[in-house]
Structure formats: structure tokens, C-alpha cells
Ligand binder design. Structure first.
Ligand code: AMP
Length: 173
């Protein structure tokens, strides 16, 4: 998998000084890039009863529908506040300064339904762990969390210790 790292562009000091941004647009434009990512995540999660793939806004929306297609599952969006039109459930989580939240339609997941959550990058794990809580609030079962990139040095995985986490590309620093 590691050869795919050559397709990830690292942009220093974006969106603010000190952040090294992992840009997946350079992977997406490569004809084999998206294919390799979706195949690898589908291999890991196939046969695990995944009924729904939930993508986290915004870059999770790029990968989750393709993975849902590969797993013969449905797709549901987990969105930033006040974007979804019908009745929603919400989970708030802490940022470095202040809080943020994620929302899901209350009818997006049935009790007992197995849901795979997908995003591009696992950083501190705050967003992903809020997404998992959201699915569980609806009675869903988190079948796993899949990421293209994991920033190992931020230890986001510790917040997701209860789950089957699969990240394809790891960065140690
Ligand atoms: P976190 O809640 O800290 O795990 O942050 C995860 C979210 O922020 C994901 O949706 C990522 O898309 C985005 N993100 C965080 N850090 C980075 C980074 N260094 N490069 C690209 N995206 C990032």
C-alpha cells in the first residue's frame, strides 16, 4: 500500500501555520489511486455484515459511496450542523478551542444495523469518535472505521479502541 504515499501531496502550513495538510486530490486524480483505496478497504470489511457506509463530511463523501458500492451496502452522510433537511441526531465534540458537532438523519440507521464509518484522515480522532457515538445513539452497531490516512503521532486510534479501525497509509511524524 505504501507506494500510494507518493500520490499524497503534503502541504505545509495549510490551513494554518504548523499544520502539515495531507492532500488526497493528487491520489484521486491518478487513474489507479481511488481503485486501490476502495479495493483495500473493501477487502478488509467484506464479509462483516456491513449494511451501511457512513461518510463524514466533506472528504469522507468521496470514499464512502464508492466503498458502499463495493460492499453492496447503502451510503449515509454524517454532516456538519444544520445541513441535513429532516429530523437529526447530534453529537458535540471538543476541538483545541471550542466545540464542533456532527449530525445524522434519525432514520438513516435502524437499530442493530451494522455501519462502517469512513473519512480521509484520522488525526486526533475527535470527529470519528463523535461519528461513532452518533451511529450508536440511533441503535446502530459500528462495524468499523476506515481511513485512507492515519497520523499515528496524534494517537487518534486511542479514542477508537473499541472498534475495528483500518487505515491504509500511516504517517509517523
Ligand atoms: P480529527 O477529528 O482531529 O481526527 O480530524 C479529522 C478531520 O480533520 C478529518 O475529517 C480530516 O479530513 C481533517 N484533518 C485533520 N488533520 C488533517 C491533516 N493534517 N491533513 C488533512 N486533513 C486533516
Amino acid at each position: 500500500m505504501d507506494h500510494l504515499k507518493t500520490l499524497i501531496r503534503e502541504v505545509p502550513d495549510f490551513p494554518k501555520p504548523g499544520i502539515n495538510f495531507y492532500d488526497i486530490t493528487t491520489l484521486l486524480k491518478d487513474p489507479g489511486g481511488l481503485h486501490a483505496i476502495i479495493d483495500a478497504l473493501a477487502r478488509h470489511y467484506s464479509g462483516k455484515g456491513v449494511r451501511t457506509v457512513a461518510g463524514i463530511e466533506a472528504r469522507g463523501f468521496i470514499f464512502a459511496p464508492a466503498l458502499a458500492y463495493a460492499l453492496n451496502a447503502g451510503f449515509v452522510p454524517i454532516r456538519k450542523p444544520k445541513k441535513l433537511p429532516a429530523a437529526t441526531e447530534r453529537v458535540e465534540y471538543a476541538l483545541e478551542y471550542g466545540t464542533d458537532s456532527v449530525e445524522i438523519h434519525i432514520d438513516a440507521v435502524e437499530p442493530g444495523q451494522k455501519v462502517l464509518i469512513v473519512d480521509d484522515v484520522l488525526a486526533t480522532g475527535g470527529t470519528a469518535s463523535a461519528a461513532a457515538k452518533l451511529v450508536e445513539k440511533l441503535g446502530g452497531v459500528v462495524a468499523g472505521l476506515g481511513f485512507v490516512i492515519e497520523l499515528d503521532f496524534l494517537s487518534g486510534r486511542n479514542k477508537l479502541a473499541a472498534y475495528d479501525v483500518d487505515s491504509l497509509l500511516h504517517y509517523a511524524s
